[in-house]
Design a protein around this ligand. Structure first.
Ligand SMILES: *[C@@H]1O[C@H](CO)[C@@H](O)[C@H](O)[C@H]1NC(C)=O
Ligand SMILES: *[C@@H]1O[C@H](CO)[C@@H](O)[C@H](O)[C@H]1NC(C)=O
Ligand SMILES: *[C@@H]1O[C@H](CO)[C@@H](O)[C@H](O)[C@H]1NC(C)=O
Ligand SMILES: *[C@@H]1O[C@H](CO)[C@@H](O)[C@H](O)[C@H]1NC(C)=O
Length: 415
């Protein structure tokens, strides 16, 4: 990185303007080298290691000096001047799962929070700049409904700068593709909630209580993302159970062998299959790979000082005070992802984990709660007790996933 800044200073016969320029360039270089050395020193002083280092993004601040910053540590700042980044009603592709205002939410403060990393500011999202970067490319989100939540946020962030006739949306099975025609760019979502093949792979009808995975099979999904230039994966909430039924053999094969496997072990098996697929099917240098860490839920009020049978229903403010890890977020599963990614790195494949868990934990106010489309009619008991059907998993838009995308944006543009 520093190499790029090595100046061509001429020492022979350097007079007048030329000499002046050389000196300026040399000074700038010294400043850059010193700040780089400082950054490295601070990084290792903090006991960083692999993860801390990987979490650092450097982006140009005032032209010459680079700034290094851990984007995942910080606080939420109320900022109704610059947020929201778009209007719910103006986004043509908004989902009824996230359109909280449309479904009656009156307190809209959840739209106005800005994430402020401790040591820097997130660069402002510039849709045109991202589209320029995506020219002729494919950005694909692969995973579950939280990843779809983020994909819709991304489309809404880009939507306003693309004229109507210059964009399209097309669904084909598990793959939905948004196209910005002027840029020949696609932003895709592929439904694969457990990453590997499962009996929940139908993009619409996937509410199956007896969940089964084929832990060694991912090819049927993978061929749809092959060739994407940027891949953003997630997979967590569908694993929140004690055991997973794993199948060896095909779904329609009568001789298939089924085994109930403890969840950490089956998660590890699936991620191993995923990692191997990446190792052999993506261009190690040309493809940018990301894994979104688990998205937190807010089902237990005692985690923020109210009754334990209360949840995100009726919450309008973020949690204040020190960061915490809720009971819905399983560190052990995060460690499985970390070690899978570390092994991949040793094999020459770099996947960047975007550690959005901690920053999203504060946002008990950001969920749709009761303000979203209900797929099934509500019962009288449910109506009498609204918190019983509150969605404390997904996120309203504009909202928290916009910040995940601002972070993704920083990595795509500046890392
Ligand atoms: C994620 O970020 C939080 C807050 O900065 C930190 O405490 C945690 O260790 C990070 N986890 C990983 C895996 O980097
Ligand atoms: C966004 O980026 C475009 C292209 O790089 C630039 O022309 C424009 O001024 C930027 N907009 C803002 C608000 O910075
Ligand atoms: C849908 O996807 C299948 C398989 O990838 C492909 O063969 C087919 O042409 C696609 N259909 C449309 C309408 O794009
Ligand atoms: C919702 O919150 C408001 C304001 O905090 C409070 O007055 C009201 O009683 C709450 N409603 C329920 C059903 O908890």
């Amino acid at each position: 990185m520093v190499k790029n800044f090595r100046p061509r200073v001429s020492t022979r016969g350097a007079w007048g303007l030329r000499r002046g320029l050389g000196t300026v360039v040399a000074i700038i270089c010294v400043v850059i080298l010193v700040s780089f050395a400082y950054i490295v020193a601070v990084g290792s002083e903090n006991g960083g290691g692999l993860w801390r280092e990987a979490a650092m993004v450097q982006f140009p601040a005032t032209g010459t000096v680079t700034e290094a910053c851990d984007l995942f540590e910080g606080r939420w700042v109320y900022d109704s001047l610059s947020y929201p980044l778009y209007k719910e009603r103006m986004c043509r592709f908004m989902s009824d799962q996230s359109a909280c205002q449309k479904f009656g939410r009156e307190n809209l403060k959840y739209q106005n929070w800005r994430w402020k990393p401790r040591d820097c500011d997130l660069p402002r999202f510039n849709a045109t700049q991202l589209l320029e970067r995506l020219r002729g490319k494919r950005l694909a989100f692969v995973g579950d409904s939280l990843n779809r939540n983020q994909w819709i946020s991304m489309i809404c962030l880009l939507d306003s700068v693309i004229p109507d006739q210059m964009k399209s949306m097309e669904a084909n099975g598990s793959l939905t593709t948004f196209k910005a025609k002027e840029y020949d760019a696609s932003i895709e979502f592929y439904w694969a909630p457990l990453l590997v093949e499962s009996n929940s792979d139908d993009p619409v009808h996937h509410r199956i209580p007896d969940r089964i995975i084929r832990a060694q099979s991912i090819e049927r999904h993978g061929r749809h993302w092959m060739g994407a230039d940027i891949l953003v994966f997630n997979s967590y909430l569908w694993w929140r159970r004690e055991k997973m039924k794993v199948l060896w053999g095909a779904f329609d094969d009568k001789d298939g062998i089924y085994k109930e496997i403890e969840i950490l072990r089956s998660y590890e098996m699936a991620l191993k299959t995923w990692a191997e697929w990446l190792e052999f099917h993506v261009d190690h240098l040309g493809t940018k790979l990301f894994f979104m860490s688990m998205s937190p839920t807010h089902f237990w009020g005692d985690e923020w000082g109210i009754d334990s049978n209360q949840n995100c229903y009726n919450e309008t403010e973020p949690i204040t005070g020190e960061g915490r890890m809720g009971r819905g977020s399983d560190r052990k599963m995060m460690h499985v992802v970390e070690s899978t990614i570390r092994d991949l790195r040793e094999r020459g494949v770099n996947v960047q984990m975007l550690n959005i868990t901690h920053l999203s934990e504060y946002r008990k106010d950001g969920h749709p709660s009761t303000y979203r489309k209900q797929w099934d009619p509500l019962t009288t008991e449910e109506l009498a007790n609204p918190s019983s059907y509150a969605d404390c998993i997904h996120w309203c838009l504009p909202g928290v996933p916009d910040v995940w995308n601002e972070i993704l944006y920083s990595y795509i543009l500046f890392k």
